[in-house]
Design a protein around this ligand. Structure first.
Ligand SMILES: Nc1nc2c(ncn2[C@@H]2O[C@H](COP(=O)(O)OP(=O)(O)OP(=O)(O)O)[C@@H](O)[C@H]2O)c(=O)[nH]1
Ligand SMILES: [Mg+2]
Length: 531
């Protein structure tokens, strides 16, 4: 019978003494001519209860035991081990052990562990000891954790009462029981009828409780054995994982890869932009650098001034740190030569800033320069070209010459100056194959600077995404190159150390052998000049 049903029966027995008020109620019902009605309703209810009870008895309900077979991995050994555990559980349940004694728990624990161990180590005499200590500790940890959770969740006050409190409570209950027994004896002499009714009630309650307690006890024994069995299977089958967080971390090779990526990404993120300023002689390259810095950094002159390549560190709010390179100018005949000189730097550029003077009609050298840049990137197998931004300088010297009333709206040009600037911009888009937003008309004449902050900087910003991509790929390539050499250096160093070590040990051995020979021949190696 189910434990729940038994508890219902206890409840009914306990409320039996309250039948006297029931009789009084029946009398009241008779007085009010409702007794027949009440009797009919009670009969129907009783019949219903009887029918339900009959059905429950016919079902012959078994005690529901803990089933952990589903949590055990389905291997042949595991299945056999689980069978053993179930057999032990049946035997122990039927032997009616004393649950209050610690001996029962220790013996059962050893029995379960032993029989599971024998399944996995059938050849070993001391199969039980085939456990690695950290794993055994892990099982104890898991059992303790489970016990802690069960206790704190299901036993009221377990977090409040100390062991001392429980011992004291136990004593009090025993004392109370003795007193109650005394009261029963005394009251039997004083009021035998009531005592008889009470004793009958105690007898029925106790016998019913004994059944339920028995079921509860059997359930506890089974649960205890199966829990130990489960952990024993985990332990001996080797499926226990020592570190619970093992899957929260990346595997060693992946971690190494992650570290490498992080290192590379951080190297890329600290890499400054490389802005290359190119243009024909006197186009205003150095003036452009000065305008970007807001201070005179580079030498400027009406005659060819800059020689070679000079780099500057540019730090502007909103723009990441950049290295800006001022280049020697080129003319219509020496474009190729100039490019050859700067190609090393150009190939490492993320943005090309092309200075074109509005007063210079020769477009061919700039065209050649852009073409040379494209060819150079293609030859190196680089697919993403650095974006080009044109600084159209000397716009103040466009016609009408004497007019200088900025700002000029080149998108909707109204005056003659604005129209001249726009015309120049359109020519450049056609001749150099650029977009209009890649061209920023500027005046770099010292003291009259115009459209650097409002026009040129935003034009550079517009190309930043592409520039970042170029920088990333450039960095990646350089990083791989460095990594390759770093590795090679490390390998060579190790190989060198190894050879040196081997060499020394061989030298040591041969000198020992030599000294042996010399001693045998009656000569010390120190006295032998050949040594
Ligand atoms: N009026 C005016 N003069 C400018 C402008 N830009 C540059 N200049 C002048 O043009 C001359 C040449 O300028 P630089 O900046 O030296 O030109 P560059 O391209 O560096 O010349 P190299 O280094 O010799 O190739 C200087 O005298 C500048 O002051 C401009 O927009 N308007
Ligand atoms: Mg210059």
């Amino acid at each position: 019978m189910k434990m729940k049903t038994r508890w219902h029966m206890h409840f009914s027995v306990i409320i039996a003494p309250f039948s006297i008020p029931l009789a009084a109620g029946a009398y009241w019902l008779w007085l009010h001519q409702m007794l027949i009605l009440w009797l009919a309703a009670s009969t129907i209810l009783a019949a219903g209860w009887w029918l339900v009870n009959q059905r429950l008895n016919r079902l012959n309900l078994q005690l529901e035991l803990l089933d952990i077979s589903t949590t055990v991995e389905k291997t042949t050994q595991n299945k056999l081990a689980y069978k053993q555990i179930e057999q032990i559980s049946v035997l122990r349940r039927n032997s009616n052990p004393d649950l209050a004694s610690s001996q029962f728990y220790m013996q059962t624990l050893l029995e379960v562990m032993q029989s599971v161990a024998e399944q996995y180590y059938p050849q070993r005499k001391d199969a039980l000891l085939e456990i690695k200590i950290p794993y055994l500790l892990k099982v104890i940890e898991m059992l303790a954790q489970e016990l802690r959770v069960n206790l704190s969740e299901n036993v009221p006050g377990s977090h409040i009462f100390s062991l001392n409190d429980i011992a004291r409570g136990h004593k009090l209950v025993n004392r109370g029981r003795e007193l109650y027994r005394l009261f029963r004896i005394v009251s039997a002499g004083l009021d035998p009828v009531s005592a008889m009714i009470r004793e009958l009630k105690i007898l029925t309650t106790d016998s019913l409780l004994a059944h339920s307690t028995d079921d509860l006890k059997r359930w506890l024994i089974d649960a205890y054995i199966k829990k130990i069995g489960y952990y024993a299977i985990e332990l001996y089958s080797g499926s226990l994982v020592l570190d619970n967080d093992i899957f929260a971390k990346a595997t060693r090779p992946s971690q190494q890869e992650l570290d490498k990526i992080k290192h590379r990404e951080s190297a890329v993120s600290t890499e400054p932009f490389r802005i290359m300023v190119v243009g024909q002689t006197n186009a205003g390259k150095s003036s452009l650098i000065n305008a970007l810095f807001g201070a005179k950094k580079a030498e400027t002159n009406a005659t060819p001034t800059t020689e070679g390549i000079t780099s500057y560190l540019l730090e502007r709010p909103g723009l990441e740190t950049a290295i800006i390179l001022d280049c020697e100018g080129y003319g219509s005949d020496d474009c190729q030569r100039s490019f050859a000189k700067a190609s090393e730097e150009i190939i490492r550029s993320d943005i090309i800033l092309l200075a074109i003077s509005a007063t210079n009609a020769a477009r061919e050298p700039d065209k050649k320069m852009l073409q040379a840049i494209q060819n150079c990137f293609a030859a190196k197998g680089k697919n993403s070209l650095p974006p080009v931004v044109v600084a159209l300088t000397h716009i103040d010297q466009l016609r009408p010459l004497r007019e200088w009333h900025p700002p000029y709206d080149v998108m909707n040009p109204c005056g003659a100056k604005a129209q001249a600037i726009r015309l120049m911009m359109d020519t450049l888009t056609k001749e150099l194959g650029l977009n209009i937003d890649q061209i920023a008309p500027v005046n770099l004449n010292p003291g009259f600077e115009y459209n650097v902050e409002e026009g040129l900087i935003p034009a550079i910003f517009q190309q930043l995404e592409q520039a970042k991509q170029v920088r990333y790929l450039r960095c990646l390539k350089e990083y791989h190159k460095e990594d390759h050499w770093r590795r090679l250096w490390k390998q060579s160093k190790r190989a060198g150390q190894f050879i040196a070590k081997k060499g020394f040990s061989t030298f040591d051995k041969s000198s020992v052998a030599l000294s042996g020979d010399a001693v045998q021949g009656g000569e010390s190696p120190l006295t032998n000049p050949a040594c």
